[in-house]
Design a protein around this ligand. Structure first.
Ligand SMILES: *Cc1c(COP(=O)(O)O)cnc(C)c1O
Length: 849
């Protein structure tokens, strides 16, 4: 059948309920329990059946039910309350609904995935959920942010297991008409299209828009009838396997995304690239700045990176994306004209320093090269990233590698349980949602009566167990399991015993099987009747990760034993819905990565804010979160050379913690069956989550450290016909030509012998700057504790002052240092360009004594 014409039949919503359609059109509803409850009460089972997708849901609610509600006073007053809360969103009162904010300093946030709610399948895992949380939080904080991503027809795969426990994948088609998205059109009502030139011709894409509260999210889509089939496929699946397709996808995201913003008249003040996938956006932004401000490429290069943020999430070098030069080159040729340089030159921006012209292009290198603000996602990951990439900034120490960190956080209103949310309303006041990390709110947690918190948690656990049973039944039904198996599935787990959840991607480094190291000991733990414990596992393996699938299969086989069958289950198709239930209702959140491969991890934070206690390797965020009074650590943060030995040591440590600490603490009941010490730990955990691991803290940190200074800098650079940016470009050229003439003599101290703590002494050196002048450069003393030969650890720098000009480019520099801590110190001196980090950290612009 060809040329099928389509039409859509919409439900006939009675006028008094018309707000329900408005509400369904803005994803804001998903982090407001009052709004979720409003949909839920219409028809609870249908709500679940619809995947909690309000648009889909409303098309199935029977007409007579709608008619009934249209005159139901209690329902209408509930609806009115939600409506009033919705109408308090500040953006609704502004004219332009594409870009609702007053300031024109737009922050464009690019991400390959956005995980906002389970009914909008545009994400695979943690990276996407982080991006979704970023948008929700920006809306809560009324920040002028715009998300840019892709609209996938098949999203990420759905997981189910066969009889043998082997993972199967399914890519169901998403019905766009059941998503809260609409096409962006121009004044005449025509679709706005953008196009990117690929090797096989134009890649055309339309733009869809969805509203995340006040924040618009633009989604590009190449599935247009006028595109050839292979081009329509580009935005079909998230992380498409074929490399050529993947490049096209990232071109559409980066270049197409920038063009979409331009088409909507939104010229971003700051661009944030969430992981390297969107690094091509900076190429288009260069072209855009050149055209709009009539400047050359060199000048644009002084502007774009100074206003770009790049967040890396990958602590393994192999995990960072690379494309072969000959594959990427045809995509760069169309950019030659706009940028006025050769494709070879553009390619070199994404290659390691000193590599050959056919070296692969690394999306990390390109992203890092185009952004002055670079960060990892936890303190430890920042350190790992500096070690991994130190070679990009030659002759700098590892500690000085210019990559910092912003620890991730989670959107508390999205992940707090219903039960806890009610407690927050009562003890903190309903406004807590807007400032969850406010210190005044955090202290309020201590006021909650222990009994009340515990009862709330017991209720969440009961809800989790109920959900698990329902899911197990439907899993078995899909496998056509016999009747008695189905019957048994209705009785799995126990709602009154210690419940431990392990839910995450089944990648080998996450070691889902660590508990299976000693199967007998694990079995003994699971069959205990005095201190009973149960485990819930969930998670997808990457479709091509054979080992990951093996892990799932082993677990399924282990869980079949008759004596433990009801104490250990695997939930298929881990997604936000399952995650939400688990982080609400489990007692312990287990995490066993091989340090340091977990960049951050956010599921443990979701658990923490609900008072679910973490038992985790000291990796990612837990290095910052762990304290004795709010959870447990497995090991002390060691790293091992031998993985088998590591598994043996750490699995023993894990069994010991569970047997000797977690279980006794959980079953130590007094005062009417309340585990007092456990509840105290729950409160500490919740306070930690609110204070430190909340997305409001994270987004504020991005805003204060990166977005605000970058936006301010943009205006300075562009003022006066971009005179400062032009000047900086000229200065950079000058420095490049004259740099090799710089010589620094070994610095000398002017006092002999050893010093006592507190003493101050002077160090001086002579520097030959050639034709450069003292105000072109920064001369610094660099000192630290001597470690080995010619190596300083914990190096610090201190500016030296120019004391005398000796003529012929020779200058005397000196500074005083005060001995703060005893030890054996070494020092040397160096010259870098003066100015901000973007010039100072230019690879090559550093000369040591
Ligand atoms: C929070 C979340 C993640 C990320 O958490 P990790 O700790 O990195 O595993 C992944 N998937 C889902 C569905 C989540 O909700």
């Amino acid at each position: 059948m060809k040329h099928i014409q389509t039409f859509q039949v919409l439900p006939d919503i009675p006028e008094p309920l018309s707000f329900l359609e408005t509400l369904a059109g803005n994803i804001w509803w998903c982090w407001q329990y009052d709004a979720v409850d409003l949909f839920h009460r219409i028809e609870p089972r249908l709500w679940d059946w619809s995947g909690r997708n309000p648009i889909r849901f409303l098309t199935y609610v029977p007409q007579n039910r709608l008619e009934e509600l249209a005159t139901d006073r209690s329902f209408l007053s509930h609806q009115q309350r939600v409506r009033e809360s919705y109408e308090r969103l500040p953006c609704l009162h502004m004219k332009d609904n594409i870009y609702p904010f007053e300031t024109r300093d737009v922050i464009a946030y690019f991400s390959m995935e956005f995980g906002i709610h389970e009914s909008i399948p545009l994400f695979a895992g943690g990276l996407g959920i982080l991006a979704g949380d970023h948008l929700k939080t920006a809306s809560d904080l009324e920040m002028p942010l715009v998300g840019v991503g892709l609209l996938y027809r098949q999203g990420y795969f759905r997981q189910f297991l066969d009889q043998d426990g082997w993972q199967q994948e399914d890519y169901p088609e998403t019905d766009i008409y059941q998503l809260p998205v609409e096409k962006v059109t121009d004044m005449h009502g025509d679709d706005i299209e953008v196009s990117v030139t690929g090797p096989a011709g134009e890649i055309r894409a339309t733009i869809w828009r969805t509203h995340v509260g006040c924040v618009p999210l633009l989604l590009l889509d190449t599935n247009l009838p006028e595109n050839p089939p292979e081009i329509r496929e580009i935005t079909s699946k998230l992380y498409i396997g074929d490399q050529g397709m993947r490049i096209s996808q990232e071109m559409v995201l980066g270049i197409g995304g920038m063009r979409a913003l331009e088409a909507l008249n939104l010229s971003p003040a700051v661009c944030h690239m969430n992981e390297g996938h969107s690094a091509f956006s900076s190429l288009e932004r260069l072209a855009c700045i050149m055209k709009t401000h009539d400047v050359d490429l060199k000048t644009a290069m002084e502007i774009v990176p100074r206003t770009t943020v790049f967040t890396t999430h990958t602590p393994v070098a192999a995990g960072n994306e690379e494309f072969p030069a000959d594959m990427i080159r045809p995509f760069l040729i169309p950019l030659e004209e706009a940028l006025g340089v050769s494709a070879t030159e553009i390619l070199s921006w994404g290659q390691l320093p000193d590599s050959s012209p056919d070296a692969p292009l690394s999306m990390f290198v390109l992203g890092a090269r185009m952004a002055q603000y670079r960060n990892g996602v936890s303190q430890l990951h920042g350190r790992v990233a500096r070690r991994m990439w130190t070679h990009i900034w030659p002759r700098r120490s590892e500690e000085e590698t210019p990559i910092s960190h912003v620890t991730n956080g989670v959107h508390i209103p999205s992940f707090l349980s219903h039960e806890n949310s009610q407690l927050f309303d009562r003890y903190i006041g309903p406004d807590w949602q807007r400032h969850p990390s406010d210190p005044a709110n955090v202290h309020r947690i201590d006021d909650i009566y222990d009994e009340e918190l515990w009862r709330a948690h017991v209720m969440s656990r009961a809800r989790l167990i109920r959900t698990c049973r329902r899911l197990m039944v439907s899993q078995y039904k899909r496998r056509n399991a016999p009747k008695e198996v189905l019957k048994n599935a209705e009785l799995v787990l126990d709602q009154d015993i210690l419940t431990i959840a392990f839910a995450r991607r089944f990648a080998t480094y996450k070691r889902a099987n660590l508990l299976l190291q000693d199967p007998d000991r694990f079995e003994a733990l699971l069959s205990s009747t005095t201190s009973p414990v149960q485990f819930i596992f969930a998670g997808k393996a990457h479709p091509r990760d054979h080992e990951g699938k093996e892990l799932i299969k082993r677990l399924i086989h282990f869980a079949r034993k008759a004596d433990i069958r009801n104490r250990i289950i695997f939930l298929e198709d881990y997604d936000i819905h399952i995650a939400r239930h688990l982080v609400h209702g489990a007692d312990v959140w287990l995490n066993t990565p091989r340090r340091p491969f977990e960049a951050c991890g956010t599921s443990g934070m979701k658990a923490a804010i609900n008072g679910v206690l973490n038992v985790s390797i000291l990796d990612g965020w837990w290095c910052e979160g762990y304290a004795e009074n709010r959870g447990w650590r497995i090991g002390n943060g060691e790293e091992y050379g031998d993985p088998a030995y590591q598994d043996a040591v750490e699995s023993r440590a894990l069994y010991n913690i569970l047997e000797d600490e977690v279980l006794p603490c959980f079953y130590d009941r007094k005062n009417g069956d309340i585990p007092m010490r456990w509840v105290r730990m729950m409160k500490e955990s919740m306070k930690m989550g609110m204070r430190t691991f909340c997305s409001h803290r994270m987004v504020s940190e991005y805003n204060e450290r990166f977005y605000q200074p970058a936006a301010k800098r943009l205006h300075e650079l562009l003022a006066d016909d971009a005179s400062e940016a032009r000047g900086l470009a000229t200065q950079r050229d000058r420095i490049r030509t004259l740099w090799q003439d710089i010589r620094v003599e070994y610095p000398e101290r002017q006092t002999e012998g050893a010093f006592r703590v507190g003493q101050t002494f002077r160090i001086s050196t002579t520097v030959n700057l050639g034709e450069l002048r003292p105000d072109d450069v920064e001369v610094e003393l660099y000192y630290g504790i001597v470690k080995g030969v010619d190596k300083l650890s914990d190096g610090k720098s201190q500016p030296m002052e120019m004391l005398e000009a000796h003529g012929n480019g020779q200058y005397l520099y000196a500074c005083d240092i005060t001995c703060a801590v005893s030890g054996r110190y070494g020092f040397t001196a160096r010259v870098t360009p003066g100015g901000d980090d973007w010039i100072r950290f230019t690879p090559g612009f550093i000369t040591w004594a």
